[in-house]
Design a protein around this ligand. Structure first.
Ligand SMILES: Cc1ncc(COP(=O)(O)O)c(C=O)c1O
Length: 372
């Protein structure tokens, strides 16, 4: 029995993604690591570890999770490190990418003491991502060093470069980006050991041309055989692997606009729907259609904009009906809040034997403990 509300991760679909990701890694001869920022359900890391060994961390806590639950030091990149946290981050990381030369200079001695492989994030000033919120190369971006900020040589001690410019992108976007990275930063390649191509590679999407990706990576490797290539996708791991189950608590009508009031919130539990924004798929519902029962879905926070619409259904909705938001595993559980004290959805695994295993329930203490 699935409780409501609840995120449900489907093990079979998850393993399908992991299998594909591992096969790309092996065929292309590169390393693919999991970006925790998109997916960090550590109780299923034993499954992840059957396929992928390493992860990328964007903070001290993610780095600690890498060591504690993946059993390996993290490839860490954060927009800025604080002196207070850096020592611990260094102990938990094998690679640390700096966002600026000044941060590298500030922390290099400490990183060296821990035998960290240091890298620099570069900004190729080219991205196919059209939503500025998700575009690291938007005008004035704070993320990464542009080509004109680096002289002919990298400072002593930097042995890797990192770029992240993609978001739910395909291999053709990567190919274009790689050409530009090569034009702008290729002169630095002879003196580095690794190149991290960031995330945003949606290689588990049904239309993703993985063979083309493998070809692009192999060609690149043939040109620069000394470079260890790393991809750090997040979404691709959890893409289409599970849903958010919710329940209709009430139905309100204002001037003919009907809203199904749910026990979940877009603001708290599906934030990208409002931020990107995008309209999620609801199982057994479709685009608003004249003549069909049509509803907005209303979130249970007091934020006026905590709703999305409209969907049509074959039958009128009623209190107690289940509403299933599909593909709600990436960038959800890692981003949820308890704004308004709303109940956080439980997290469950639908095992390969079709059993529901409850991984986590949340209660009042989870809310209270963050407030004091
Ligand atoms: C530096 C970096 N690496 C990896 C990722 C993961 O990207 P995605 O989940 O789109 O694959 C992100 C996402 O923002 C990122 O900023």
């Amino acid at each position: 029995m699935i409780p409501s509300p609840c995120y449900v991760l489907n093990e079979k679909d998850f393993r399908k993604n992991l299998t594909l990701i591992r096969s790309v890694q092996e065929e292309a001869g590169i390393q693919i690591i999991l970006a925790f920022k998109a997916f960090a359900l550590w109780s299923v890391f034993p499954i992840v570890k059957e396929y992928i060994t390493h992860s990328t961390a964007s903070s001290l806590y993610e780095a600690r999770l890498a060591v504690e639950e993946m059993g390996n030091k993290a490839h860490t990149y954060a927009p800025a490190y604080s002196a207070k946290e850096f020592d611990e981050i260094a102990k938990l990381s094998s690679h640390i990418t700096f966002n600026s030369i000044s941060q590298f200079i500030k922390f290099y001695d400490k990183a060296k003491e821990q035998n960290i492989s240091c890298g620099l994030r570069v900004n190729p000033e080219f991205s196919e991502v059209s939503t500025d919120l998700y575009n690291p190369c938007a005008m004035g971006s704070r993320l990464g060093v542009t080509a004109h900020q680096i002289s002919q040589k990298l400072p002593e001690g930097l042995e890797g470069l990192h770029f992240h410019t993609l978001c739910e992108s395909n291999s053709y976007d990567l190919e274009k980006t790689l050409h530009i990275v090569e034009q702008k930063f290729g002169h630095l390649f002879p003196n580095i050991k690794w190149l991290n191509m960031g995330g945003g590679h949606l290689l588990t999407h049904k239309d993703y041309d993985t063979q083309h990706l493998i070809t692009v990576l192999k060609q690149f490797k043939a040109k620069y055989p000394h470079l260890h290539l790393i991809l750090e996708p997040g979404s691709a791991f959890a893409w289409q692997t599970g849903d958010l189950h919710s329940t209709v608590l009430d139905i309100v009508d204002n001037g003919g606009i009907k809203t199904a009031m749910l026990d979940v919130s877009f603001a708290c539990h599906m934030p990208d729907c409002l931020e990107m924004p995008y309209k999620p798929t609801i199982r057994n519902a479709y685009e608003a259609t004249k003549g069909k029962p049509t509803y907005r879905m209303g979130g249970n926070s007091c934020l006026s904009g905590d709703f999305y619409g409209d969907w049509s259904f074959d039958k009128e909705l009623k209190v107690g009906d289940t509403i299933i938001f599909e593909d709600m595993l990436h960038y959800t559980t890692v981003k949820t809040t308890m704004f308004n004290g709303v109940t956080h959805p439980s997290i469950a695994l639908l095992t390969k034997d079709n059993e529901i295993k409850l991984l986590r329930e949340f209660g009042y203490e989870d809310y209270k403990s963050r407030m004091g």
